[in-house]
Design a protein. Structure first.
Length: 393
């Protein structure tokens, strides 16, 4: 549901404006989405704050070793890896990245401190992993006593020191009890840990929508009364979507698909160029994911925190996989899906046909839907209240 301006904050509207910086990058789409979502909600609530989004990659480009070697930014290399499914060995690559960051710790702290001096603000929020030690130290050096907040956009940390650092300057906002426990284990106390009821999502996922799912399907060229799955593998898509669609098409299941390819135009064209037996709607990059989810019965995709959280808010059980190719920071997400009984976790998408058969069992789908409906993620409305407390309002 959407929330209007909170009457409790109206008296604050005449107070002097405070400045907030939100640091994000474009490795995957979730970090930018989180930054924009928070900025949008702060504006929607009429908070007396000036919010500026800061692209981390732009600040640190000349320290990007991989760019110097290949000519490609590290965040773009990450997106290429996701798009092509080259994720086997990601844990080792992640540790190499962390080692590289430690080697450049001093120069990076110096560079970031220069940025904060040029951009005076009352609070700094990071929605990115890996660099929070460098960010915290540079902020404390230039803005002592002013809050630094890490807003975790994963369901949990991937220790050691992926999101959470053992430094007293860091405040942590976490969307699960697991992440809260990890922050406690890292030495943070209750004054530095804040738990929300879920992951941050764009406000449009909460907009009231009384549209008829059957009519939506019809408007998309799909059959209104046929079970419908939406397939979503992040903002850059994945070639595995084609393989899954082939398997499901050959199985002659009572099913139709909405395929969200994101910015992967090559994949979208390949899917459109094939004649499928089952009804298929291929969608490129779109900001109307909530509408497409409204037309679906369940989601098939990678266990990304954003797509899982979006599915929960829109009432969709999920069909995901977990194996050696799954990104290490996303493996806990599959445990969460099983713990909450909100979907099915496959060993790999070679089992997609069997997984969909299970999902289409009326009793199974009904149980999953009931469990999904029991969740009530209001994080996007809760986080500004947390920030207000840290700002002393």
């Amino acid at each position: 549901m959407s929330q209007a301006l909170n009457p409790a904050i109206e008296p604050a509207l005449n107070k002097p404006t405070k400045g907030i910086l939100i640091l994000f990058h474009d490795a995957g789409g979730g970090h930018r989405n989180a930054a924009i979502a928070l900025q949008s909600m702060i504006a929607q609530q009429g908070r007396p704050w000036q919010v500026e989004l800061v692209q981390f990659q732009d600040l640190t480009d000349h320290l990007d070793v991989l760019r110097k070697l290949t000519g490609i930014r590290i965040q773009e290399q990450y997106n290429i890896i996701l798009q092509n499914g080259w994720t086997l060995g990601a844990t080792q690559l992640l540790r190499v990245l962390q080692l590289t960051i430690r080697l450049f710790h001093g120069p990076m702290v110096k560079l970031l401190a220069k940025t904060w001096r040029e951009k005076p603000a009352d609070m700094l929020i990071s929605v990115i992993p890996h660099f929070n030690r460098e960010i915290a130290e540079s902020w404390e050096a230039t803005n002592p006593g002013r809050p630094f907040v890490t807003l975790i956009t994963d369901l949990a940390d991937f220790p050691p020191r992926f999101w959470i650092e053992p430094i007293k300057e860091q405040h942590v906002i976490a969307g699960t009890e697991k992440a809260v426990e990890q922050a406690r284990a890292m030495g943070h106390d209750a004054t530095h840990i804040f738990q929300t009821s879920g992951m941050i999502l764009r406000p449009d996922f909460y907009e009231p929508d009384d549209s008829d799912p059957l009519e939506l399907r019809r408007s998309m060229g799909l059959l209104p009364d046929l079970p419908t799955a939406i397939m979503l593998f992040g903002g850059h898509g994945s070639k595995v979507m084609y393989d899954i669609t082939e398997r499901l098409d050959a199985a002659n299941l009572p099913l139709q698909l909405i395929l969200i390819c994101g910015k992967n135009e090559e994949l979208a064209n390949k899917l459109r160029g094939r004649k499928w037996k089952m009804p298929v709607q291929v969608v490129g990059f779109t900001k109307e994911v909530p509408k497409y989810m409204r037309a679906a019965d369940f989601l098939i995709g990678k266990p990304g925190p954003g797509s899982i959280a979006e599915s929960m808010v829109k009432g969709l059980p999920v069909l995901v996989e977990c194996n050696a190719w799954t990104l290490p920071q996303e493996r806990y997400n599959t445990e969460w899906v099983k713990e909450k009984r909100v979907g099915i976790v496959l060993d790999n998408f070679g089992q997609a046909v069997e997984g969909v058969r299970q999902m289409l069992e009326p009793a199974t789908l009904a149980e999953f839907r009931k469990n999904v409906a029991a969740l009530n993620n209001q994080a996007i409305f809760e986080i500004p209240e947390i920030l207000a407390k840290l700002l002393g309002e």
